[in-house]
Design a protein around this ligand. Structure first.
Ligand SMILES: C[S@@+](CC[C@H](N)C(=O)[O-])C[C@H]1O[C@@H](n2cnc3c(N)ncnc32)[C@H](O)[C@@H]1O
Length: 202
């Protein structure tokens, strides 16, 4: 099995994919401040957040992925807004009370959720999307269910937050099915919440 460094160096992984659609839809409702993209890969969501005005920490353990992230940021003219962090997300000491936005796309890191939530400022927003278990098949993504969310697992992991958006979908993708869970959740501060308007695409 090739490492992520090898996959990025071989250009096997999409080098400059589109940002996540739900992130694109919700970003205008997010608070200002600093953002963190965990397991940034080639930086699609990190570059998008930088283009949206955020100073972004782009964390990944892959040197090659971060190299492509830097190139993509330079191409988009936002390299000054992106701080690459080469680190292992399994052991990284996330700074407390630091980020207005944290995004995690296609990296399963549930055991670090308590620390990741603590890294959000009051009212900060977490966006997560990841592969889901499904009876539709064959499925794209991980070969085993071990690396997929069970139904509602992501939702359950965020029930101490205000859930602004949640979905589980299965869509046809390159001859297979892509099953995905997505959440947008706000760091809850007591019993009072606000629900900024979101312009829905549908
Ligand atoms: C499927 S890619 C997703 C990349 C990006 N978030 C996206 O959605 O396009 C998974 C990423 O997780 C990174 N990764 C895997 N294990 C990691 C770890 N322990 N710490 C930090 N990054 C890790 C890989 O290097 C790779 O960039």
């Amino acid at each position: 099995m090739p490492t992520w460094d090898e996959r990025f160096a071989a250009g096997e992984y999409p080098q400059n994919p589109e940002p996540s659609a739900v992130l694109r839809e919700y970003v205008s409702s997010f608070p200002d401040g600093r953002a963190l993209d965990v397991a940034t890969g080639t930086g699609r969501n990190a570059v998008f957040l930088a283009e949206s005005g955020y100073e972004v920490d782009a964390l990944d353990q892959s040197r090659e992925g971060l190299k492509v992230t830097r190139e993509n940021a330079a191409e988009a003219g936002v390299e000054k807004r992106i701080e690459p962090i080469q680190a292992d997300a399994d052991t990284y000491e996330f700074p407390a009370d630091r980020y207005a936005v944290i995004t995690i796309s296609y990296y399963r890191v549930l055991d670090r959720f308590p620390d990741i939530k603590e890294a959000l400022v009051d009212g900060g927003v977490l966006f997560v999307e990841h592969h889901l278990r499904s009876t539709d098949g064959p499925l794209s993504g991980p070969s085993t269910d071990r690396y997929r969310f069970a139904s509602n697992e992501l939702l359950h992991a965020c029930l101490d937050m205000t859930v602004l958006y949640y979905d589980e979908t299965t869509t046809p993708h390159e001859g297979k099915h892509s099953a995905t869970a997505r959440i947008v959740a706000r760091n809850t501060t007591g019993g009072r919440q606000s629900y900024p308007a979101v312009e829905r695409g549908d």
